[in-house]
Design a protein around this ligand. Sequence first.
Ligand code: PHB
Length: 395
Amino acid sequence: MRERTTIGIVGGGPSGLMLSHLLHREGIEHIVVEARPREEIENTHRAGILEQGSADMLTDGVSDRVLHDGARHDGIDIRINGESHHVDFQGLVGASTFLYPQTDVFIDLADKAVEDGRDVRFGLGPVDVDDLTGSPLISYVDPESGERIEIECELLVGTDGSRSTCRRSIPEGERRAFYREYPFAWFGIMAETPPSHDELIYARSEAGFALISQRTPKLQRLYFQCDPGTDPNAWTDEDIWATFRERVNFGGFELNEGPIVHKSVLGFRSFVSEPMRWGNLLLAGDAAHTVPPTGAKGLNLALQDVRILAESLAEWHSARSDSALTAYSERCLRRVWKAQNFSYWMTSMLHANPEASEFDQRRSVAELRTVVESEHGKAWLAESYTGWPNERTHS
Ligand code: PHB
């Protein structure tokens, strides 16, 4: 069966669904297709921090739940071998972040799509794309009827994550990939205990990095720096807590410990694919770029891409302006590279790099001290962490 739509969106995660919400408001016809079932996306643990600008995008017509169920954080704590430095976001730059897990962002967006009666199709299995320089075609085999479905679109948007089929459909010679690997990863756990602290703690110690985050009043999210080859199942709860204690239990501070209900290892990578537009294909979010998680930028960056993309698509739709599409890539990449720089900087300054010389290890601790012992340094960090001011829709 062949269908037609104006904009085909491949990928129904937070970026694809936020784009669908924005296009729906503009009255632009579109269809969202997603390989994975909705329940699988809802149950995949991802990031937890929203910038003010991202929270604004949700409260602007999707859901106000972030204001009730999310926790507003007015700062973070940076610890160097137990010595605590508070970075007061409100005092320094008048901004806050929200602890609101990506799974909740997804649920709000998916519920709103159902409420609006939008055409969002989950659980389709493999989705193919073709003819990206002509009239792009999406195709998949309907999981229920076994029938091959083709959707012809005027433009195709790839919000299909870091392993993007859409990005890979751009011929090698037509795009450039820039990336950087890191000699460490994060061991992430979910533990059934109340939060250990009211804000996030980013801790650097001789033994390596640890991040003490939160999820709910009864569930903590924590990470520690590990070797990228680590097998999470080879670690007992006791091994894990002993590692955290060594990295954060200093000077009277004690982590709340309890049953570990989930563990996984997250690889680290910095990646950008340029350009973000090729022919009639536009990429947004992880399909075009990845950042290591230390700066809490991944989801925020994706939502900002989509905000700019929706504006560009509205301009294209009303005036058939091709330049609006070209400008999209340029506008996004400026911010993407700023976020790459910030995420790289936070990552390299907070982790103990096993490949660095002793000189460099000491130098990077000094770099961290230079930042946290200076009001200007902390303000720079706060501004980048909470989102650059020109990206906020409301102040
Ligand atoms: C999280 O809570 O999952 C989280 C928070 C801050 C980060 C990364 C992950 O920088």
